[in-house]
Design a protein. Structure first.
Length: 556
């Protein structure tokens, strides 16, 4: 079977959009089409026109979309899906005329997805069709499972794991104890567990609800979880020390001594780094500081601090690993100024910053600076490029260096880290292994690492950093950032607003959209307009008639 065209249903956002970019870049000879919100092509158009059909819509919509497309299927095409459950989507796709093979990418819309793990589940597909499909996916680490085996594995890896975090959260909530006090008395290892738990609760509950309720194997493993909990509860209630030790040793035997020892060593390295960073942050900054910087000392955002000194002065500084916590600190008055990455020429807008500015309306953009971003490969000691086995860095740094890495280190695996500084610390902890990190020259100097390459990023690679402040006084500016939303998602909404900007001769420098919370319709639209905040006042009355809500995020 010769695949000449790929249709991605749901390809205008998330993982679908990331695969669209990947296929276009790796297979320029193929025709890639997408459907989704605001696309000109419909789902039916793609099914009727393409050889490979990929259902990349949210889990709760997948079955309905598949069923709606069944009448338009053909025997000479392949259907697949990207959901994290397999039995139900495959069962639905089997009602079509197409050849069927489910897919599950074990990753999100990372800047660099090649070499990540991807599961495939052949259901009804000819040998030639499967060969053609796998040739398109040869850049991934492929694992083959049946649909039922896949769902069993995900029942443990996802459902039972999520259940563990949810039960812990429920236990804390119902304990009646103050969470802040629990946090204060927790050691670094327990804080790490709490942060892993909190990470889940910071995300969209719809995804976790869909995984738990739509995986046919979920109940079996949540039942095992409950049974294990009941047994341990009985042991504790009976104060049966010997039984608890026996249970502990049995689990250790299952996990294997080798895994437990390696896990202990790896976690000790991480906790040492975690503790050092926490102590450094406390030593550097008083309770209230002048400037809050996203990232760590030596990061690109830290370098932008120099450009804002005329506005902020060279005051006390605190570094934040979370954009949410930084903006929350500004909102609470714990810091006067905040510096964050806003937009990159390669990766686009930093959507998390837009989300947090919308969630904290009193925190406003008051300045911006564009800086060239250089990325260097660094090692603990001099090493030949061919000897490097793994490269660690923040996903954006990996993406900005990918052309160089593909050319000079094609066999090295790329590993995401929370920051470039964390990547540098990680390779320092294993000095005898052939590892490398990516970051700035300043970071290499601070960490005492050896630069292996010159700048790997494109000469056009630049990032816009913004300065934020709570309830600032209005100052002259040239660009205004704003967000607006509609009461309900319907055709023509966005076009009406864009037409108004055009007729008013207001140039838009960027436009981004995000799924909204329930109080802001279906989607929110972020715009940077080439107009001052003062001049925008003349247009707000008209704009407010065209939208359900509009909020100015600030200006620069």
């Amino acid at each position: 079977m010769n695949i000449k065209s790929i249709g991605i249903l749901g390809g205008t956002g998330g993982l679908g959009a990331r695969f669209e970019s990947y296929f276009k870049e790796k297979f320029p000879e193929l025709e890639i089409k997408v459907s989704g919100r605001n696309s000109t092509l419909t789902n039916q158009d793609l099914v009727e026109q393409c050889d490979l059909i990929v259902f990349a819509v949210p889990i709760d919509q997948t079955l309905a979309v598949i069923k709606a497309m069944v009448p338009f299927s053909r025997a000479d095409q392949i259907w697949t899906d990207f959901t994290s459950i397999k039995q139900q989507p495959i069962e639905a796709m089997l009602k079509s005329k197409a050849q069927i093979c489910g897919l599950h990418p074990l990753f999100g819309p990372l800047p660099e997805i090649e070499d990540q793990t991807l599961i495939y589940c052949p259901a009804r597909i000819e040998a030639s069709g499967l060969k053609s499909l796998l040739e398109l996916l040869d850049g991934f680490k492929l694992m083959k499972f049946s649909a039922s085996d896949h769902d069993d594995l995900m029942g443990v890896v996802q459902c039972a794991s999520h259940m563990s975090d949810m039960v812990m959260g429920e236990t804390l909530r119902k304990s009646g104890l103050d969470f802040e006090t629990i946090w204060q008395v927790s050691s670094p290892s327990y804080r790490l567990k709490l942060e892993v738990m909190g990470r889940m609760f910071a995300q969209n509950p719809d995804l976790y609800a869909d995984i738990a309720t739509q995986n046919l194997s979920a109940h079996r493993f949540t039942h095992l979880f409950k049974k294990a909990t009941d047994e341990l509860e009985h042991i504790v209630e009976q104060r049966d020390r010997a039984a608890l030790i026996n249970s502990f040793e049995a689990t250790k035997l299952y996990l294997t001594k080798n895994f437990c020892d390696e896990a202990y060593t790896a976690s000790q390295h991480f906790l040492s780094s975690y503790k050092a960073q926490d102590q450094a942050t406390k030593a550097e900054a008083p309770e209230k500081v002048d400037i809050a910087v996203f990232g760590e000392r030596g990061s690109h955002t830290d370098s932008a601090r120099i450009d804002f000194e005329t506005q902020t002065g060279a005051g006390s500084v605190k570094f934040y690993g979370s954009k949410f916590k930084l903006i929350e600190a500004i909102d609470k008055g714990e810091a006067q100024w905040g510096i964050l990455p806003y937009e990159n020429t390669t990766e686009g807008s930093v959507l998390e910053v837009l989300d947090e500015l919308l969630a904290h309306p009193e925190v406003q953009i008051v300045g911006a600076v564009d800086r060239p971003i250089e990325q260097y490969l660094m090692t603990v000691s001099p090493i030949k490029l061919a000897e490097i086995e793994r490269v660690y860095s923040h996903p954006q740094a990996l993406s900005q260096s990918k052309i160089y890495l593909r050319s000079h280190l094609p066999k090295a695996s790329l590993e995401a880290a929370a920051s470039t500084a964390q990547a540098a610390r990680h390779i320092k902890q294993m000095p005898t292994k052939p590892l490398a990190a990516i970051g700035s020259k300043v970071l290499a100097q601070q960490m005492g690492l050896h630069l292996v390459t010159s700048n790997m990023a494109s000469e056009t690679n630049r990032t816009r950093f913004v300065l934020v402040q709570k309830n600032p006084k209005l100052k002259p500016n040239q660009v205004t950032s704003m967000v607006f939303w509609f009461k309900a998602d319907q055709a023509g909404n966005l076009a009406t607003v864009l037409n108004y900007f055009s007729q008013a001769h207001i140039n838009l420098l960027k436009l981004d959209s995000r799924r909204a919370t329930s109080d802001k319709g279906d989607f929110v639209f972020f715009v940077d307009a080439q107009i001052s905040q003062d001049q925008l006042k003349n247009h707000l009355k008209t704009l407010k008639k065209q939208v359900a809500g509009i909020h100015v995020l600030g200006g620069y």
